[in-house]
Design a protein around this ligand. Structure first.
Ligand SMILES: Cc1ncc(COP(=O)(O)O)c(C=O)c1O
Length: 379
């Protein structure tokens, strides 16, 4: 099916043209993908931080296949194989002792679950999030997503949300109050182009939440699951949120999302649900992914440093294996294209920032190959 020579034509005729595409990828292995003409690319996009263990990691493939042979789906009316095991693991790696998990199918759905949980448990309905932040495309996750061009055409949206400059604790203090249900924050803004939180910002949000009773919700959809060298980026700042939302890298590309909420914060029977979320195959893929990441996590700082050194001429922002380079709105697409021609995939995120979110399994020699192509593409 994927090799059907007419599938680009079929896409343009039958698929809603919501995406701009110029490449058909038909195969992946480790850090590499191949297009339909057999050209090989080093993949520093990795499904935008999704293929955390690389493409088709043998342990993940094995977990998916063996679970698929046993049981693909069972309703949440029954206990679901692998779900309890994964929930236990997520609580453990989140560091939220006594916490509980709810599962989802994507990042936006994980954020929907967090929004509902914050509303129902606080009894409040207002949220605050940050300019240039991104939290998803469903109506509620879009309501807390800043970018006016993607949000405003769909207004009015619920829940009510105010947007504050990322890093501006004074403005946040003024806005947050006893009617704030939650403050939604990315510890590093990903879609904006890898913009790390300023020093002390996350701690400041924690304090404001403690003072007002608003819940601190860290969206770790892009930054989580080892991407920054810790399981979650809030751990680098020494802060615990009330709720963390997770997706992308959790299951190496098998659709999955989740939230972990701190002790005492939970849905009651009937308050939330999903037919497919946390199914046996997704949970098997996530457990295998976590097993692989556990082994490679200690090496992320070293790999991160290698990227930092090899890209130093470009002043990169390097947070584990999440890298942003200011290229400029005009220049970024050209750099992306030249990298692609040299066999390295990177992408332009917001504000002309080139973004790299390679597999966490990327090797030293692959980092060198990527850096050489990127440096040359800026020349
Ligand atoms: C920080 C963040 N939150 C939420 C989302 C939405 O995730 P999904 O596309 O899986 O719904 C994304 C996707 O890019 C993201 O980067």
């Amino acid at each position: 099916m994927t090799n059907n020579p007419d599938s680009k034509e079929l896409d343009s005729r039958y698929f809603m043209q919501a995406f701009k595409r110029n490449l058909k990828i038909v195969k992946g292995s480790g850090s590499y993908v191949w297009d339909d003409e057999g050209k090989k690319y080093l993949d520093c996009v990795a499904g935008i931080a999704v293929c955390s263990t690389g493409h088709c990691h043998p342990k993940v493939v094995e977990a998916i296949c063996s679970q698929a042979k046993e049981l693909i789906h069972v309703s949440n009316l029954y206990y679901v194989p692998n779900q309890g095991e994964l929930a236990e693991k997520l609580v453990e790696i989140s560091g939220l002792k006594g916490g509980r998990v709810f599962m989802a199918n994507s990042g936006a759905e994980a954020n929907e679950a967090a929004l509902k949980l914050a509303r129902i448990r606080t009894g409040r309905s207002k949220f605050i999030s940050f300019k240039d932040g991104f939290h998803g495309r469903t109506c509620a996750s879009l309501a807390v997503t800043h970018k006016p061009a993607i949000r405003e055409p769909f207004g009015p949206l619920q829940p009510y949300c105010d947007f504050v400059d990322y890093g501006d604790l004074e403005a946040l203090k003024e806005l947050a109050g006893r009617d704030t249900a939650g403050i939604f924050v990315e510890c590093i803004q990903g879609e904006a182009g890898v913009i790390p939180a300023p020093e002390g910002f996350l701690k400041g949000i924690r304090e404001i939440c403690d003072d007002t009773g608003a819940l601190m919700i860290t969206d770790e959809v892009q930054t989580g699951m080892g991407r920054t060298g810790s399981w979650f980026a809030y751990q680098n700042a020494g802060v615990n949120p009330d709720i963390v939302t997770i997706a992308k890298g959790i299951a190496s590309g098998f659709p999955m999302g989740a939230i972990v909420a701190r002790e005492g914060l939970s849905f009651n029977p009937g308050e939330h649900g999903s037919t497919f979320a946390g199914g046996p195959v997704a949970c098997a893929a996530a457990l295998a992914t976590i097993g692989v990441i556990e082994e490679i996590l200690p090496r992320i700082p070293e790999k991160s440093e290698r990227f930092r050194n090899s890209l130093s001429a470009l002043n990169p922002r390097v947070e584990g294996l999440m890298i942003g380079i200011s290229a400029g709105e005009d220049k970024c697409p050209g750099v992306q294209q030249r990298c692609q021609e040299k066999g390295v995939l990177v992408n332009c995120a917001g504000h002309g920032n080139l973004r790299l979110v390679p597999p966490l399994t990327i090797s030293d020699s692959e980092i060198d190959i990527a850096a050489e192509a990127i440096n040359a593409s800026f020349d």
